[in-house]
Design a protein around this ligand. Structure first.
Ligand code: ASP
Length: 420
């Protein structure tokens, strides 16, 4: 059986098992004590591989470039596509939320009770966000440059620092005489191969890991009470994400010259893992593996585009922030002018770039989008109940976008080489 079917089975059985367990008084405890730990082990294994695989694959990829011009073309195309697709994503969200107007379905009573119930949870997220804002506008830039690489590798949230170091190290290898560079090239090449092999092993247990994660998510899910009431908001977001996965597939077909089926089948296992972990960082090893084995993206391209994409390219998150901000404004009866909505597009783009590739990080940076647009932050309580399920969905889109960009960049570089 193909891996994506196995993972899908694990996911479905996990959901069913979780639902079944909620019928027993001991069910939730049983899952927490005996199933959840296996999900945690699976996520830990994935996270464990993230930093070594970035280091090995990126150094290996860059060190094998013929010169810096190749890196320049790769870098410019990648960053440009990340920005364009992110702005496109939030624009789709803004268009949808203005058309569907989910905010109009929320009664003032429901609004008050949501704000009441989630007040504490909301204010703790606001605190985290304000710490981020207090650090100054250019702090994100400073954060890319580590002062100690060993320290940087101890925190998956600082993956950009590891990426920066790996790129510098790879460039260093290009610039030293071949005789001296060869041992390092060989070292990183076999380091990379070993990393890929270890991911193979982890993928064998992926269906079980996903089972455990889904069973846990279902038994830990907050009450379903508000799911119906917030249904149209959730539907708007999910519809937007589906449209974006559709457009990614279209870009891959038009500009990456790969069939939609080839793309979707190749990336499916990573999408399923993203859905159950809600983390682009944890999913990264699987995304890289699928890009290598199934999408056949060249070494240096996938090892450059995918780690950077996982940390900065968050189209799904950006759409979510645009939809949520305008939804909250609608509930509060705030009429947003065109320029205010353009402001939301801009701040969502920047906020999504600054979002860490971990669960719920997009919710924290949503606070910043609301603050900039002058939308009451109390409104966060309106969307917090659905953060987890929407987080699972937006992470799927986030990693799909990274894979799509890697294919488009690859084809565009092939073309430019052909011309020159
Ligand atoms: N969890 C998302 C990711 O890792 C980020 C977010 O919270 O939107 O891609």
């Amino acid at each position: 059986m193909k891996l994506h079917w196995k993972i899908l089975l694990g996911l479905s059985f996990g959901v069913l098992f979780g639902i079944l367990m909620t019928f027993f008084s001991w069910g939730n405890h049983f899952v927490a004590d005996f199933i959840k730990p296996f999900g945690t082990i699976f996520i830990n294994l994935l996270k464990l591989m993230a930093v070594p695989i970035i280091l090995a694959s990126l150094v290996n990829g860059i060190a094998n470039l013929s010169d810096l011009n190749e890196l320049k073309s790769l870098g410019i195309r990648t960053i440009l596509l990340f920005v364009v697709t992110t702005v496109f994503a939030v624009s789709v969200g803004v268009l949808l939320v203005n058309t569907i107007q989910p905010g109009n379905t929320i009664s003032p009573e429901l609004k008050e009770s949501l704000i009441d119930i989630y007040a504490d949870e909301t204010s703790s997220k606001q605190e985290v966000a304000s710490q981020q804002v207090d650090r100054g506008p250019l702090q994100f830039l400073v954060d890319i440059f580590p002062e100690n690489i060993f320290d940087a590798t101890t925190d998956n949230r600082r993956m950009l620092q590891v990426i920066f170091f790996a790129i510098m190290f790879g460039i260093g290898i290009i610039f030293i005489p071949e005789k001296k560079a060869r041992p390092m090239r060989e070292f990183f090449s076999s380091f990379n191969d070993i990393g890929m092999k270890l991911i193979d092993f982890i993928m064998i247990v992926a269906p079980y890991g996903v089972f455990a994660l889904m069973a846990t998510i279902v038994t830990e899910a907050p009450s379903l009470e508000f799911f119906g009431a917030l249904g149209l908001y959730a539907l708007t977001t999910v519809l937007g994400l589906i449209i974006l996965i559709g457009t990614d597939t279209l870009w891959v077909t038009l500009f990456g010259k790969k069939s939609p089926w080839f793309f979707l089948r190749g990336i499916a296992p990573a999408q399923l893992v993203a859905f159950s972990t809600s983390s682009s960082a944890a999913t990264l090893p699987i995304t890289i593996k699928q890009a290598k084995n199934k999408l056949k993206v060249q070494d240096h391209i996938r090892s450059f585009v995918l780690p950077i994409g996982a940390t900065v390219n968050m189209d799904g998150t950006c759409l979510y922030q645009g939809v949520s901000a305008i939804f909250i404004a609608q509930v509060f009866g705030i009429d947003l002018s065109l320029s205010a909505q353009l402001g939301i597009i801009l701040t969502s783009t920047l906020a999504s770039i600054g979002t860490a590739p971990v669960p719920s990080a997009g919710f924290i940076t949503l606070v910043i989008v609301l603050a900039q647009a002058g939308i009451p932050e109390a409104g966060l309580a309106l969307v917090i109940a659905l953060d987890r399920p929407l987080n699972m969905c937006r992470t799927v889109k986030n990693i799909t976008g990274d894979a799509a960009v890697s294919l488009v960049v690859e084809n565009s570089l092939k073309k430019s080489k052909f011309k020159s």
